[in-house]
Design a protein around this ligand. Sequence first.
Ligand SMILES: Cc1cc2nc3c(=O)[nH]c(=O)nc-3n(C[C@H](O)[C@H](O)[C@H](O)COP(=O)(O)OP(=O)(O)OC[C@H]3O[C@@H](n4cnc5c(N)ncnc54)[C@H](O)[C@@H]3O)c2cc1C
Ligand code: SF4
Length: 391
Amino acid sequence: MADDNNMSINNIRTEAYAAYVNKDTIRSHSTSGGLFTLLAERTISAGGVVYGAAFDEDLHVVHTPVRSLDELDRLRRAKYAPSRMGNTFAEVKALLEQGTPVLFSGTPCQVAGLHHYLKLDAPTLESMKSSEGMEELSAASEQMCTDEKVKSHKSDNEVGAISINWDRDKLILMDLVCHGVPTEKAWESYLKFRQQEDQQETLASEVNFRSKSTGWGQYSVSMKYPSGYEYSCKSHYDSYMIAFVGNMILRPACNKCQFKGVERCSDFTLGDFWGVWDLKPEMNDDKGISTVLVHSEKGKRIWQELCKKVISEPLTLEESYHLNPSMIEASAVHPMRDELLSRIETEGFAPVEAEAAKIRKERMEHDAAVEKANRSLIRRVKRKVKRILYS
Ligand SMILES: Cc1cc2nc3c(=O)[nH]c(=O)nc-3n(C[C@H](O)[C@H](O)[C@H](O)COP(=O)(O)OP(=O)(O)OC[C@H]3O[C@@H](n4cnc5c(N)ncnc54)[C@H](O)[C@@H]3O)c2cc1C
Ligand code: SF4
């Protein structure tokens, strides 16, 4: 995948940036640099609707429309569970036909699914049909489309071989750099496991997978319970995050993801700019920096508007995925994935916890050794400074 990408990279018109919103209140509530909020605010100010992933009351992740700035926070922050789409595609189409601006944000496969449903000219159409994980979505999209004869309408909106009867400029598509998504069953089983570990009578009522209380680089997972009890753990040690990042509980489709590369059917792609430490260390204040890919002419016009509210530096396309392989290649299959996903069905989260605990133990021992070495180094430096000062 990476090689294919490199072969065509010089022909791509996509622009890449390292960027963050110049407002701490937005960044602190966002996963990375807070650019999604700027796109969402722009859409809402124009009387539009923003679709993104929110938790429902049971902490399932559901694609949800937001029409006001007050509700926007529900969509912020990455949720590491699959987002249920429901009737989202049909709703988006109806809104566009009424002339309402829409920002649709989601994983690359969701954005490609909507692109296909709306019959836009998607370069990813064929790959979407061949993607095992998207077969259901593709079939559902096609089913939803069968009743709706797309009206022939000669205008600027004619895209590829098919015409659309709404203003293409009113739709903004934003996708993410995507590591993959764990199964819903894995997420449900972890919530129950946590409830037991935290000795609570009910499941958690709030979750933040990307709390910046310990910084952006070493973010934490936090959960709040109705009792007032709070769980907080660096993601590095949290069992669910160890299993997610370590590919133990990813949906099998994600290991064969067909939606990788710097070329997308979206207007914008957002991710964490993990390459910042190597490439732009002067930008890193540990409050969150995004990689932003701007793909379309419309995206470039919007980016010019947003630039006033953003600190940004241009990147080459290669720099945009430095230390971020999820941009260009599917996550590797963990050798125990199938076994763990099947055991979750009957045993809950316990088998995953057992695997994650081994990794956590190694990390704790490693971190303790590093801390000990650092303390000893500081003591040696202090002794040396004293000797120099008093000799
Ligand atoms: C499952 C998942 C995996 C990711 N993997 C990577 C990765 O490997 N590397 C990387 O650089 N970046 C990854 N990201 C993207 C990154 O974490 C940020 O979401 C992105 O940088 C946007 O940051 P922000 O501060 O602008 O967004 P925020 O304001 O925090 O908004 C988050 C956006 O993500 C959307 N979203 C949240 N959860 C989901 C979900 N479950 N399904 C669909 N959409 C969702 C929301 O609707 C919103 O638009 C991933 C995100 C998700 C959701
Ligand atoms: S890894 Fe690919 S298939 Fe999986 S959620 Fe992300 S875009 Fe979709």
